[in-house]
Design a protein around this ligand. Structure first.
Ligand code: MTE
Ligand code: MO
Length: 321
């Protein structure tokens, strides 16, 4: 997700290149049995503070929407991330998010809804059963992972706020806390990170608010304590560490679309036929497979066409990318 603004000096010259580098390095270290050793010895650029204590989330409903593909390892899921608030490198969120304190947490709900105000994390979550949803996360950078999320259907939560008939969209914001999020000290994006969905997309049963992964609370680097997961869209739509939800009549502004509108559309549906202006979206690399693993074909809507294609009936997906 390279931004071509000259000010974005923090972004790497090529995220694709850095991804290949990472694969090389991890593949090499794994083959040498070094992964454990680096974690123990570390080095100045590679030392992780005390790991977070993450609570187990107990009994989880299994979901018929889960893929039966094998999940990536916990290490892949929690050590190869995009979360620019903690830096633009894939290992930065794991390395730099240790001092972020997600609790106590509150979410402001405002805009076109009957019930608005500030709600604690517990207020938002409590009435709902937690489900496990194993989804592929397809990053716009042409890599993917299979992740066992724990969450709640987004629509079930949103309905409790009684959106009005003017609520055509819903927008989300990430917390802005530069004292704990060192990436926010640089203008890599116009903070806070913002994303949005049409109300029909938000109400689709596939969209969830995730509160955990691998049966435990979300680690900071994965968007603690509350993040969106929209599996038929590129990963950047799945905004992390949400502290504001706004129902709107107009299409909301979103961070990546603001940064580079010709590269990142509002819809951002996974689509092998519509390339990013600088690379193909036809295929993807599954993280964790090693350098020699063949790329796999990208599926339309990331494989969820049956559930979501009708949301876009009559829409030109080349123009509305
Ligand atoms: N606030 C915020 N949310 C974010 C991002 C970010 O930089 N900031 N990165 C997005 C991108 S590009 C991807 S691919 C996914 C990655 O989620 P994961 O690291 O949990 O796998 O988070 C998305 N959510
Ligand atoms: Mo992404």
């Amino acid at each position: 997700m390279l931004i071509r603004k000259p000010k974005a000096s923090d972004a790497k010259p090529s995220e694709i290149a850095s991804e290949t580098f990472y694969q090389n390095r991890r593949g090499f270290m794994r083959s040498m049995g070094f992964i454990g050793a680096t974690a123990l010895l570390g080095n100045s650029a590679c030392a992780k503070e005390t790991p977070q204590q993450l609570r187990s989330l107990g009994e989880l409903k299994k979901s018929p929407f889960s893929t039966d593909a094998a999940p990536n390892s916990y290490e892949d899921v929690t050590q190869y991330n995009n979360f620019y608030e903690f830096g633009t490198g894939k290992e930065d969120p794991y390395m730099n998010s240790g001092s972020f304190k997600p609790m106590p947490w509150s979410v402001r709900v405002d805009g076109e809804a009957g019930i608005t105000g500030d709600f604690t994390f517990e207020d938002i979550i409590k009435p709902h059963a937690l489900e496990e949803r194993i989804y592929r996360l397809r990053c716009v950078e042409a890599w993917s992972m299979v992740i066992p999320w724990v969450g709640i259907p987004l629509g079930d939560i949103l309905k409790r706020f009684n959106p009005t008939s003017n609520a055509k969209y819903v927008s989300f914001e990430t917390i802005e806390r530069p004292s704990e999020m060192q990436g926010q000290l640089r203008p890599v994006l116009d903070w806070p990170y913002r994303e949005g969905l049409t109300i029909a997309e938000a109400m689709n049963p596939l969209a969830i608010l995730a509160v955990g992964v691998y049966g435990k609370e979300l680690p900071n680097q994965n968007g603690a304590p509350l993040r969106l997961v929209v599996p038929w869209k590129y990963g950047f739509k799945s905004i992390k560490s949400i502290n504001r939800i706004t129902f709107t009549e107009r299409q909301p502004e979103t961070s990546w679309n603001d940064a580079a509108a010709s590269e990142y559309g509002f819809y951002a549906n996974v689509n092998p036929e519509v390339n990013h202006p600088r690379w193909s979206q036809a295929r993807e690399r599954l993280i964790g497979g090693g350098l020699l693993a063949p790329k796999q074909d990208t599926l339309m809507f990331n494989g969820y066409g049956e559930e979501v294609a009708e949301l876009y009936a009559g829409l030109d997906l080349r123009k509305n990318f």
